[in-house]
Design a protein around this ligand. Structure first.
Ligand code: SF4
Ligand code: SF4
Length: 279
């Protein structure tokens, strides 16, 4: 009988040390059987479908800071988003080479993988889901807003996945749902893309609506939206930055009535420079 996780703890420890050094705030390990066990996506989206040698998926995460996210849609949030993406892809590339040098076939799936937002308007899906990978790697649970909710940063974490033939002991999947089902993500979505379906913990999401809105934001240099991760109360990062639920809930209505409302002057300041506002 084949010995499970033959690469043992040493490789796992070495990878964990390496990714922390590279700047990852979180790392988790998923064995490929988790995709078959949970069956939450079609087999063609399993990691072993596109890269059949895969035995373990390593998921890395970096946080998005609330005060910048609060200004969305703005160029400052757009730049933060781009920075996290660059960092994730670079970390994943470096980790891929690190594991490959130890004799394992390894690749990474980039944090985003589409040529242009116009592609998502036609077909709003990716070849691989980092959110599912993050769940199977024990980093968090999936919220009503379709994102990965983590204890530390709620949904304010960006992810990338490294796929390897090394058989590494997986981390435990978090079973306790972190989503409080408060409905804030649905209420604050500027496109009303979510519909709560009774009995389903995850809301239905009109991904086409969301993608069309993102196309406009991209043209205005203040992409992406991110409101459904901005308003979520889950995450220890709230302790550091606090929360103002009422400000989130009233934002659309108040700014519609008065675009210069003084209570939003701080966020509006960043929206008034460096990007267009054609909405
Ligand atoms: S905002 Fe509320 S309902 Fe939405 S994901 Fe967060 S906790 Fe869940
Ligand atoms: S990203 Fe924005 S538009 Fe898309 S679902 Fe979230 S809140 Fe709605």
């Amino acid at each position: 009988m084949k010995e499970p996780y033959k690469d043992g703890e040493d490789l796992k420890k070495a990878i964990t040390k390496k990714v922390k050094k590279l700047g990852a705030a979180m790392v988790g390990f998923a064995s490929i059987d988790r995709w078959e066990q949970y069956q939450e996506t079609q087999p063609r989206f399993y990691p072993q479908y596109g890269f059949p040698f895969t035995r373990t998926v390593i998921v890395l995460g970096v946080p998005v800071q609330i005060p910048v996210l609060d200004t969305t849609p703005s160029v400052v949030y757009s730049e933060l988003y781009n920075t996290t993406n660059r960092l994730l892809d670079e970390m994943a590339y470096r980790l891929t080479v690190f594991i490959e040098k130890r004799g394992h076939r390894t690749v990474f799936f980039p944090r985003d993988a589409y040529g242009d937002i116009s592609v998502l308007v036609q077909k709003p899906e990716a070849a691989f889901s980092h959110v599912l990978a993050g769940k199977y790697a024990g980093l968090g649970t999936i919220g009503s807003n379709h994102t990965l909710l983590t204890k530390q940063y709620g949904p304010r974490v960006r992810l990338v996945s490294v796929l390897t033939d090394a058989e590494i002991a997986p981390d435990e999947v978090q079973e306790k749902d972190l989503c409080t089902h408060c409905g804030l993500c649905q209420k604050c979505c500027p496109t009303s893309a979510f519909t709560v379906i009774k009995g389903n913990p995850i809301a239905y999401m009109d991904k086409y609506k969301c993608a069309r809105y993102h196309k406009t934001l991209r043209e205005e240099f203040r992409y992406p939206c991110g409101v459904c991760i901005k308003v979520c109360p889950v995450g220890k990062d709230r302790k550091l930055y606090g929360t103002n639920t009422q400000k989130y809930l009233n934002e659309i209505k108040v700014l519609k009535e008065n675009p210069n409302a003084p209570e939003y002057a701080d966020w509006n300041h960043f929206r008034n420079f460096g990007s267009k506002n054609n909405l």
